[in-house]
Design a protein around this ligand. Structure first.
Ligand SMILES: [Cu+2]
Length: 130
């Protein structure tokens, strides 16, 4: 009889132990999810920041970026393939930008500066400097 009680109580202890693990791991998951949202409550960063252009899905985002003179713009290749940032007026040329690579150029004079990708010439965009 004593042996039966012992095995019952050890079963209960095991059950309580397992339940506490499950509830602890649930609260951990919830905490991690709560930490995920970035600025503005959006989960992580899904849009380029100011003075930033993303090369993503074989296109430039934003297609037109407007900045003031003296601003440095940074392009980031978010694709898994090579792209370039090449001025249509030969003002700048990044050369090949590998996946996750970046290229920066400082725009000192006002004007409209169209550019394209040498690898995919249908990829076009422009920088407007005020
Ligand atoms: Cu390209």
């Amino acid at each position: 009889m004593k042996k039966l009680i012992d095995s019952k109580s050890s079963y209960l202890i095991t059950l309580i132990f397992l339940l506490s693990i499950i509830s602890t791991s649930n609260s951990c998951t919830k905490d991690a999810a709560d930490d995920t949202p970035g600025p503005g409550g959006k989960p992580n960063v899904t849009v380029p920041g100011a003075n930033e252009v993303w090369i993503q899905g074989t296109s430039f985002t934003p297609e037109t970026i407007t900045v003031i003179a003296g601003t440095t713009i940074t392009w980031t290749n978010k694709d898994g393939i090579i792209h370039t940032v090449t001025s249509s007026t030969e003002l700048f040329d990044s050369g090949n930008i590998a996946s996750n690579g970046t290229y920066s150029f400082k725009f000192n004079t006002a004007g409209s500066f169209p550019y394209f990708c040498k690898v995919h010439p249908t990829m076009t965009a422009k920088v407007v400097v005020n």
